[in-house]
Design a protein around this ligand. Structure first.
Ligand code: AMP
Length: 396
């Protein structure tokens, strides 16, 4: 899917009330301290632009999964405080979303001021994309900006519905996702290499099917590789394996061959007897996995094979760890691939929580062209699906 959408730079925002859907769904500890403010920091370029241009900025987001209306533990208040610190200016906090307080505070905003609404999911109408709710929310503003890529694959009132009532454009975060991911998928610099990992083939079927038509090389590692290794007629011992997906794996292997796409699987593995970090481990070839072991990481030869392919790549998309990286003894494959992606010099896109975390923890984030901010949304992008939160925005 490639999008060409209007952004905040394509419209006049001066003196206008602009409602911005941000993703401030940040982790909080028991005392409601924000433990990671990455998402708030990520939204700063859009907010600062609007402030500098003299817009009246109204922010709306969800946080957590509130069930029954207002719950203090899901209040947006801590995010408004943090944003105010980061911006170096006050952020007004509304005590509701479409109630009297929000309406009065939105109406009183002066140019360059910022208002944060309460958690939009305090209204069950949000996730139902209820038109009456979206309409009511839209009355607070004159322009709608979507900058929450993490929820762009959901058609909710604040992520899509608002566009029925207001001119809608994207912020910098979504614009970056569309520009970089969209270009990689529609017009990639070649060779284009995708690396997929993670636990299950079933979660990534649509991604594999979409990418097989676009890439030059597809590398499959992690737990999902064992279904393919088994489909090639090998024994995978106690490794995670989806027997109901063996035929699919076979057909994907055949499809890749027919299309001239190189599909690479691990040639060796670090196996363990049990699913824990301290289990007795050994390195075995993929054709010789003992019955009483399970593959928990890719082995050194696979790391070398995959890294060599990455060296020549011009575009790399990576989603999913190469092994059970939560266990330090089985994290080497994921770490080495993170390094190879970072050092490839290619346009590199890392999506999905685990691979993005690996890249960040290892200090390679700077060397990655783009770390996608939305796990589910970036997977759906890679699947070639239409993302409702982007689709509704005005075309250029
Ligand atoms: P996903 O959410 O699909 O990207 O999968 C991530 C999960 O896959 C992580 O929790 C990993 O521990 C798990 N995983 C990766 N490799 C393996 C493996 N060889 N066996 C079992 N689980 C794995």
């Amino acid at each position: 899917m490639s999008y060409n959408k209007k952004s905040i730079e394509d419209i006049d925002v001066k003196g206008k009330k602009v409602i911005v859907r941000v993703d401030f769904n940040v982790p909080l500890d028991a005392n409601k301290n924000i433990t990671d403010d990455k998402r708030i920091v990520g939204a700063l370029p859009t907010i600062k632009y609007l402030v500098d241009k003299g817009a009246k900025t109204i922010l709306v987001s969800h946080l957590g999964r509130p069930k029954n209306g207002f719950e203090d533990k899901f209040s947006m208040k801590p995010t408004a405080v943090r944003l105010s610190e980061l911006l170096g200016k006050p952020v007004v906090m509304a005590s509701d979303v479409i109630g009297e307080d929000a309406k009065a505070k939105a109406a009183a905003l002066k140019d360059g001021e910022v208002l944060m609404l309460e958690n939009v999911r305090f209204h069950k109408e949000e996730e139902k994309n209820d038109p009456a709710f979206a309409k009511e929310l839209s009355t607070l503003a004159e322009i709608y900006v979507n900058d929450a890529f993490g929820t762009a694959h959901r058609a909710h009132a604040s992520t899509a519905g608002l566009a029925d009532y207001l001119p809608a454009v994207c912020g910098y975060l979504i614009q970056k996702e569309i520009d970089i991911m969209g270009k990689a998928l529609s017009n990639p610099a070649r060779p284009f290499v995708a690396i997929l990992g993670g636990a299950k083939v079933s979660d990534k079927i649509a991604v594999i099917e979409n990418l097989i038509d676009k890439v030059d090389t597809l590398i499959i590692g992690g737990g999902m590789a064992y279904t393919f290794i088994k489909a090639q007629g090998n024994n995978v011992g106690k490794s995670i394996c989806e027997v109901d997906k063996l035929d699919l794996a076979k057909s994907l292997l055949e499809k890749a061959e027919k299309k001239g796409v190189k599909l690479l699987l691990p040639v060796d593995n670090k196996v363990g007897k049990e699913f824990n970090n301290d289990t007795e481990s050994s390195i075995v070839c993929s054709t010789q996995i003992p019955d009483d072991t399970m593959g928990l990481d890719i082995g050194p030869k696979s790391i070398e094979l995959f890294s060599n392919v990455l060296k020549d790549a011009k575009t790399v998309v990576w989603n999913g760890p190469m092994g059970v990286f939560e266990f330090t003894n089985f994290a080497i494959g994921t770490k080495e691939i993170a390094k190879a992606v970072a050092e490839s010099g290619a346009i590199s896109i890392v999506g999905g929580g685990d691979s993005a975390a690996a890249v960040e923890q290892l200090g390679y984030a700077e060397k990655i062209t783009h770390i996608s901010t939305g796990g589910g949304a970036s997977l759906e992008f890679l699947e070639g699906k239409v993302l409702p939160g982007i689709d509704v925005l005005l075309d250029k």
